[in-house]
Every structure is written in C-alpha cells, then in structure tokens.
Design a protein around this ligand. Structure first.
Ligand code: SF4
Length: 191
C-alpha cells in the first residue's frame, strides 16, 4: 500500500478504536517507541505470576523475546490503546478487573480484523495480561494441548517482553494508577 494511503487507513482504524462503547484512548505510534526489555519476561518467569506456564498465550509457550524483537523489526506502525473501566468493589477487584480484560480481548480482536479489512495483511493484536478467554487453559493439564479459541486468543504485550508502562509514557499515554479504576493496554501491529 502507498505510504500516504497507509497512514489514512491507520487513522481510520484509530477513529474506529475510539468508536467503541467503552472508555478507550488510542494513538498511532511508530514501532521504534515500543520498549522491549528482557526484564519484563524475567519478571513473568520469576516474580510469582500465577499464570506463568498456565496459558498457551503466556511464556514459556510463546515466542522468545529475541524472536519477538525480530518480528517487531519488520513493522513501523502500530496502534496503542488503553481501555479504562471502573472497579466498584475494591475489596474484591479481581472479577471486575478480569471482566474489563475480557472486553480488551474483544476490542483487540475487532481492531485486528478491521485493520486486515483496511488493507494491513500483517495486522497482529496483542492484549494486556494473561489470556482470559477460558477459566482454565487446557495446557495446565496437557503440555501438548491446543488453544480452544485460536481465532480470538492473542498473546499479551508483557509475554513478548514489552515494557507497557515505559511504552505508554514514551508516547504520551502515561498510565496513572487510580483507586477504583483499571486500565488495560492493547496493541495492534499494523505495517
Ligand atoms: S483461549 Fe483458552 S485455550 Fe486458548 S490460550 Fe486462552 S485460556 Fe488457553
């Protein structure tokens, strides 16, 4: 696709992102502003994340950080988005937080599809946090299990080694933690 047309189509996708019924901010970014840091993967592995190894979209089942860096090198343009949701019960925040995470799944999936339709054949979505599409991922029982929702499941930014906080800050979308609110970040690699 011609560069100017590509930018126009990307702007159309950005407008589409903000047309969802949720509280979403989005921004087209250069992929050189995506911060990839091996420490993120190290934290996934050793900081006590309960989902490590338990989801097919989480390490160690995903690409290595180096493999992802090579993939990322082939892109120059991406759409970064943040979905905000209120948390009403601060003493039991996890179910509400997860339900907003599920909405991020939906939005990322729809944006990736739309990007493809707009003429980005390598459009690739990433979610934030672990895959929430199943209560239990079959990989917990069987290391050779296949994903039950391959068409909708996407790896998380953190699983790829993306430093989400630094990336958001770098592009002017700094995440501020506010009690009673959750912010999920997603990414669509475009071209
Ligand atoms: S969609 Fe289900 S089976 Fe696939 S990675 Fe997510 S939790 Fe596992």
């Amino acid at each position: 696709m011609d560069l100017l047309l590509e930018i126009e189509k990307a702007k159309e996708l950005n407008a589409f992102a903000e047309s969802f019924e949720y509280d979403i901010s989005s921004k087209l970014i250069h992929t050189r502003d995506i911060v990839v840091d091996e420490r993120v993967r190290y934290q996934c592995s050793y900081s006590g994340c309960r989902e490590y190894g338990k989801r097919l979209m989480c390490p160690p089942h995903t690409l290595s950080v180096d493999e992802f860096k090579r993939v990322l090198d082939r892109y120059y343009l991406a759409l970064l988005l943040q979905l905000k949701g209120p948390i009403k019960d601060n003493d039991n925040w996890e179910p509400e937080t997860d339900s907003w995470g599920l909405k991020l799944h939906e939005v990322v999936y729809k944006l990736e599809k739309k990007a493809f339709a707009l003429g980005f054949p390598f459009a690739a979505g990433l979610i934030g946090g672990h895959c929430k599409l199943c209560d239990k991922c079959p990989v917990e029982r069987d290391i050779n299990a296949s994903c039950l929702h391959r068409e909708r499941a996407r790896p998380s930014m953190e699983a790829m080694g993306i430093d989400v906080l630094s990336t958001c800050k770098k592009v002017g979308m700094e995440i501020v933690f506010v009690p009673g609110e959750v912010v999920w970040t997603g990414l669509i690699l475009l071209a």
